[in-house]
Design a protein around this ligand. Structure first.
Ligand code: ADP
Length: 363
């Protein structure tokens, strides 16, 4: 989708991909298949690139530092990206710049988790491995010292957090260029099912204007303080008592910004490309009163193409984005966007299309 945004600008992409079957490898012309964890592979790949960016944040920080030392611009740079790679580093930095977060500290073993619980409201406690998690993997909600053993088995550092009693999850998406120009998308509501993002509503319904502004300012401030270049998604909890707390950061186009492909004047992908190239950023404002994105998960139908006829005929506003992935149950294989003036109607149309593509709705 980043490549798609570069096409009208004539930007040529070279892709480092794990396998030839990866979504991007199916559409980018110049593909190198290799391991992003191997520095020699990265160095060989980087030769001839004007600038490097990412669609995930798992490239080792020290390798990115080596590429920078070789003179290759890396955007976002490793000093910023480390805050999206390591939840411990991220929490320490957000504390230092005064950004509100859930109560947290690093923990060493299950007894230490019990001590952390006792310092606050007790169990449940949320435990997170500091690196490598995604879509809820690497996150445990534990109710007792016995349950707290599991996260330590991998032998990696573990972060403990209070379990926030949130009313909903929000995301503040911003894009910042090396020049320091920045734009903020409207704050969205993000609904998760089993730890996986299911639905995004733009803008977040019934969000107090002052709170929305505060969330946008917070995200812009984080982008500036961390020196982010490109897209930054700030995942937020809205608490019962009307506060917003930062859950985590992603420094790349993000699922909570997929609505912008069809719902904003400039999509997150187009603005990410512009930022990485240090071009002026585009208008992030919405095109419609409401835009809803629903992820399409793999279901019973390996071939979703046959569902297009029904979906497109039912909703002419619908935009389908499929990723060319093999359909496996529960795997994110695409998303749909649709928009309009009546939120209930827009939600129904988006859910219907995603359910029909998956096979959970049949008429
Ligand atoms: P991931 O790396 O998988 O994105 P997150 O830190 O975003 O991990 O956690 C996944 C989900 O777990 C969140 O979207 C939220 O629903 C829940 N969660 C994470 N941290 C907390 C917390 N401190 N309190 C309550 N729920 C949480």
């Amino acid at each position: 989708m980043t490549h798609e945004a570069g096409i009208p600008l004539g930007i040529r992409f070279k892709l480092l991909s794990d396998t030839p079957q990866d979504s991007a490898a199916q559409v980018v012309g110049d593909v190198v298949v290799g391991d992003y964890r191997d520095l020699d592979t990265l160095r060989e790949f980087a030769r001839g690139c004007d600038v490097i960016t990412f669609d995930h944040e798992h490239v080792p920080t020290e390798h990115l530092r080596a590429l920078e030392a070789d003179g290759i611009p890396v955007r976002p740079g490793p000093d910023a990206l480390v805050h999206a790679q390591d939840k411990g580093v991220m929490r320490a930095k957000l504390d230092a710049i005064g950004v509100p977060c859930p109560r947290h500290r690093m923990v060493t073993d299950p007894q230490d988790v019990a001590a952390f619980a006792a310092e606050g409201e007790g169990f449940p406690v949320v435990l997170k491995t500091v690196r490598g998690g995604y879509d809820g993997k690497g996150v445990w909600v534990v109710d007792s010292v016995e349950e707290a053993a599991e996260p330590f088995k991998a032998g990696v550092p573990v972060l403990a957090e209070e379990k926030v009693d949130f009313v909903r999850e929000l995301a503040a998406n911003v894009v910042r260029s090396p020049h320091g120009q920045a734009v903020a998308y409207p704050v969205v509501e993000s609904r998760q099912v089993n730890g996986v993002c299911d639905t995004v509503i733009a803008p977040a319904p019934d969000l107090d204007e002052a709170l929305a502004l505060k969330a946008e300012e917070m995200a812009l401030n984080i982008a500036k303080e961390l020196g982010v270049v490109g897209h930054l998604a700030v995942e937020l909890f809205q608490t019962r008592d009307g506060r917003i707390l930062v859950n985590e950061l992603a420094m790349r186009p993000h699922n909570s910004g997929h609505w912008s492909m069809d719902g904003a004047i400039t999509s997150q992908f187009a603005n990410h490309v512009r930022a990485v190239l240090d071009l002026p950023l585009g208008d992030p404002r919405p095109r419609a009163k409401w835009t809803v994105m629903v992820n399409v998960l793999g279901g019973d139908y390996p071939d979703m193409y046959s569902a297009y006829l029904h979906c497109m005929a039912r909703d002419p506003q619908l935009k389908i984005h499929m990723y060319g992935k093999d359909v496996k149950p529960g795997r994110k294989v695409g998303h749909v966007n649709t928009y309009g003036d009546d939120l209930d109607d827009v939600l129904e149309r988006a859910r219907h299309a995603a359910g029909y593509l998956r096979g959970t709705i049949t008429e």
